[in-house]
Design a protein around this ligand. Sequence first.
Ligand code: TXA
Ligand code: MG
Length: 314
Amino acid sequence: MNSINTRVLSPHSEGISEAARILAGGGLVSFPTETVYGLFANATDDTAVARIYEAKGRPAFNPLIVHVPDIEAAKKYVELNDDAERLAAAFWPGAITLVLPLKADAGISKLVTAGLSTLAVRVPHGDAAQAVLRESGLPLSGPSANPSGRVSPTSAQHVISGLSGRIEAVVDGGTCAVGVESTIIGCVGEPTLLRAGGTPVEVIEDCLGRKLGVAGEAIVAPGQLASHYAPQGAVRLNATDKRDGETLLGFGEVVDADLNLSPSGDPVEAAANLFACLHQLDAMNAQNIAVSPIPEMGLGQAINDRLRRAAAPR
Ligand code: TXA
Ligand code: MG
């Protein structure tokens, strides 16, 4: 692939207009959402979408989330049942993605859905994301803006270090507030958890008034490959000690931690810091990484999901 000059754009009007112009012309632009930085292209343009897979080195069977500015825009592409309407009203814009039946004449590229009859849709929060979506008027497909299998980016610098030379531009809108990807809910039939993420499962179940279904054996969110979100070093989870040669990623009051996700033991703060800490471990060239236990509650579930993937055999 030929290297291109990746420009850094401001999150103000000039930068946003330029981002929208590049996207309309079939280019790739990364910008921040409240969860992570995404790598975006016009979801109705096959060639533009193909370039996302190429830039990330992503397996072609893995479908993408389409981002729209509001629920009305979502309805151009998907059918919302009562549960979906309720979740969208409660959580959009926000860190939740709904997998819904795709409308036949929606015009979304088959490369986005990987041929499925459903589409994953999200209305992201965040000034830069909302501004680009509204200015471009396009549905934008966007995975996280990292090379496939690597740690997701939560700053423009992370995007540059992973994808510089492969994308036209990145809008530098600062650090992502939530820090882990959206929660994905399958809304075809009974609402089902497909990926834990930035909106805690407990809060979603409260909104629906019942428990979420659990995804079966088949990989329903095909992106859920076992090894993912991986730093370079080997990862040991639930570490209550620090062994020789290990770099310790702490949580809560841990005296010998090299880095700490949240010294006060706050899962929200830990989620926001997670990917930056994993990037930092790479920068420190940590070969053996130990991670303190993190309670499986609230955002702890999403954090542990990402850490289990980071620890999975590669
Ligand atoms: O927070 C987020 O969700 C970020 C930001 C950029 O929006 N995006 C993100 O995208 O995490 P990505 O591509 O890394 O993860 C999308 C996940 C994958 O696991 C994929 O398999 C699943 O969504 N997915 C997409 N379309 C699907 C569909 N129709 N049915 C089931 N799963 C789907
Ligand atoms: Mg990703």
